[in-house]
Design a protein around this ligand. Structure first.
Ligand code: ACO
Length: 374
């Protein structure tokens, strides 16, 4: 794309497609005008689309029966109350970035990109390699050998992937990045309290990645539409780790191990989730003047099958349109939506041209969702 001068009407016109970013300073010098730099934006809007997906789930599988040997629970209770039958658990030497790495490589390869094509890496995780610093995104950037790309973590618990995807989308449509790697990666097995049967049965480990790319070609399929994001911090203690941060630092000899682990008021989270998931879906549909039947898929955060079923029932929506894979992976927090997207692409039930809706919710309390034309 370039800027051309037309002597017939003394005008400048933008020719071609794509972003143009410069600064215009017009000034009169005697009888002359000069253009030192040009600042205008593209006439063709840049769209952000998901170019490719990837995922990695550690092979070590823990069934409900395995779990019943550790805590006082049963396959019957877990599957009937949550829909979960298995979860995958990282090896002892695997941290969040180690799960993120193969997922990212797969997404890059499928997008036909090299590491140096990536402008920004966003890692959604609440189980980072290191507490607070450095970011897991920086660790991943080094492992992927992406040269000097921006890298940062996005912390929004189970809504993290939606928040990171929206951050990527806004970078791309603003023209600040062409290709963004967005990863959700979690090792909840390290932060759950394995003596608390009301929470430890719910979670698993895994990673999913997407490449968000700029498109200025109207023929390119796919577009991520602006998200709905929200948070209600008054509910922070419904799902949190009470100690180990700056509020209640770890004090040797005083801090109980269980205080460093995840604590959850399951009923509170359940009630919040059922209400907010329905609300996000309805709002996203209303924004575009769509009806639920016009969606090919809803890809919800996988926390509990009963949450998904209750949302569908309460709103009169067909539950078969909600993709569900919680029985195999349990709740992988920020990784659950990209793992689901990857699985759907591999099963060839998610195809270019389909209209999908993603919706996440979790600690914060936080929530978010996107309408995506795939
Ligand atoms: N095995 C056997 N019994 C159990 C277990 C278990 N694993 N867990 C709880 N129970 C017992 C309880 O002790 C209780 O027994 P009691 O009646 O004798 O006291 C009984 O089962 C019922 O317990 P409830 O907590 O009322 O069970 P409920 O039907 O509400 O299900 C659950 C609990 C599955 C946790 C549900 O509340 C839920 O899914 N909540 C949402 C949790 C969630 O999605 N969290 C993640 C959010 S995303 C993020 O940001 C990480």
């Amino acid at each position: 794309m370039c800027l051309t001068y037309h002597s017939d009407d003394s005008s400048y016109k933008i020719v071609g497609r794509g972003p143009i970013k410069c600064t215009v300073v017009l000034g009169a010098v005697g009888t002359f005008c000069y253009v030192s730099r040009v600042n205008t934006t593209a006439t063709t809007p840049i769209r952000a689309r998901i170019a490719a997906v990837g995922a990695y789930v550690p092979p070590r599988r823990m069934t409900n029966v395995d779990l019943s040997r550790i805590v006082d629970t049963s396959d019957e209770w877990i599957s009937s109350h949550t829909g979960i039958r298995n979860r995958h658990i990282a090896e002892d030497d695997q941290a969040a970035s180690d799960l993120a790495l193969p997922a990212s490589r797969q997404a890059l390869e499928r997008a036909g990109l090299n590491p140096e094509d990536i402008d920004l890496i966003l890692v959604a995780t609440s189980t980072p390699d290191y507490p607070g610093l450095p970011s897991t995104a920086s660790v991943l950037q080094h492992k992927l050998e992406v040269p000097a790309a921006g890298a940062m973590d996005v912390v929004a618990a189970c809504s993290g992937f939606i928040y990171a995807l929206e951050t990527a989308r806004t970078y791309v449509v603003a023209g600040a990045a062409r290709h963004v790697l967005v990863v959700g990666t979690e090792v909840y097995s390290r932060i759950v309290d394995w003596t608390d049967r009301s929470s430890c049965v719910l979670f698993g480990d895994g990673a999913g990645a997407v490449i968000v790319s700029a498109s200025d070609n109207p023929d390119d399929p796919g577009e991520i539409l602006p998200a709905i994001l929200g948070s209600r911090g008054a509910g922070a203690e419904a799902l949190y780790r009470s100690h180990g941060g700056t509020r209640n630092p770890y004090v040797p000899g005083q801090t109980r191990e269980s205080d460093l682990k995840l604590k959850m008021d399951g009923r509170k989270v359940y009630n919040f989730a059922v209400a907010i998931v329905g609300q996000v879906i309805s709002e996203l549909l209303d924004r575009q003047g769509l009806r639920f039947q016009m969606l090919d898929w809803v890809v919800p955060h996988q926390a509990n099958i009963r949450i998904i079923e209750a949302v569908a029932k309460r709103n009169g929506w067909d539950v078969e349109r909600f993709y569900r894979n919680i029985s195999e992976y349990a709740n992988t927090s920020a990784a659950s939506i990209p793992i689901a997207l990857n699985e759907m692409v591999e099963k060839e039930i998610l195809k270019r041209g389909m209209r999908i809706l993603t919706v996440g919710f979790g600690a914060g309390l936080s929530w978010g969702g996107h309408l995506i034309s795939w």
